[in-house]
Design a protein around this ligand. Sequence first.
Ligand code: UDP
Ligand code: MG
Length: 313
Amino acid sequence: MKLSIIIPIYNEEESIKVLYQELKQVLNNLSFEYEIIAIDDGSTDNSNQIIREIAQQDYNFKTISFKRNFGQTAAMSAGIDASQGDIIIPMDADLQNNPADIPEFLEKVDQGFDVVSGWRVNRRDKLWTRKIPSWIANYLISLITKVKLHDYGCTMKAYKKEVIKDIRLYGEMHRFMPAYTAWHGAKVTEIPVNHRPRKYGQTKYSVFKTFRVILDLLTVKFLIDYSTKPMHFFGKIGYWLSFFGLISGCWALYLKIFKDIYFITTPLPLLTVFLILVGLQFILMGLLAEILTRTHYESQNKPIYSIKEKINF
Ligand code: UDP
Ligand code: MG
């Protein structure tokens, strides 16, 4: 068994060395082989220099340097793609996560879970700008993805290699990884972890960024429910709109024929045309989406299922 620790870094010069020491202490006490992968996400301070120095002395410490800042999701993806471990544990570089929690994650993986999510029970961040938005976000993510976790935002999580190697991440979507994996059939659990106040540097996220999560959530919801059958989504809306259009048309006719009320005196004809046109548009959009998803899956040879095991092939 081999362990890969993934650390996205964006301007964390003061924290890196301390984190490295802490990690070493914990990892050297484990009977695992390990690698630490530090991804410099286009830092403008001395972070890059520092990780390169460490890498020169320790060949289990590997570095990837981006040409510019691509964001935490991209940094984590790069680390995961390059990793060779059987268990992958991403964590923050700012010392807010505690490496001493690593053995507990491994224990849970050992018990058979594919994904172990950290839950910062005592989160040491600002209440109004970070904690409350994050509570709302976690509630909504759990509700919509139906994968109930208290803390999607905690970077520190453990994954078995098989469940995340093939996942492609976009935007700010590293948060949704547990939901994604669960949707592909992974067994997910969570454990409470330590959380420390940020000692050096500044947080890279503001309250506005937290709310972007809601938009990502819409994408995820769509992908989970309809990515292989978008016509069911768009078509349903199209049906309902056209149906209401027809009702309003019939009503207008009824008024005209039986009550002698002119078409022009009610908004019904306009509504009829509007609803039916928009409804048809939705159905056409569904057809386009069907074509797109076929291109998507077939061009990447992506199966629409995920297999757990094959025997005697
Ligand atoms: N990070 C990154 N690229 C970015 C933003 C953040 O690699 O564009 C890293 C950052 O250096 C840290 C981790 O992602 O290691 C989490 O960021 P931060 O601590 O600012 O988030 P918070 O703990 O405040 O939610
Ligand atoms: Mg942090």
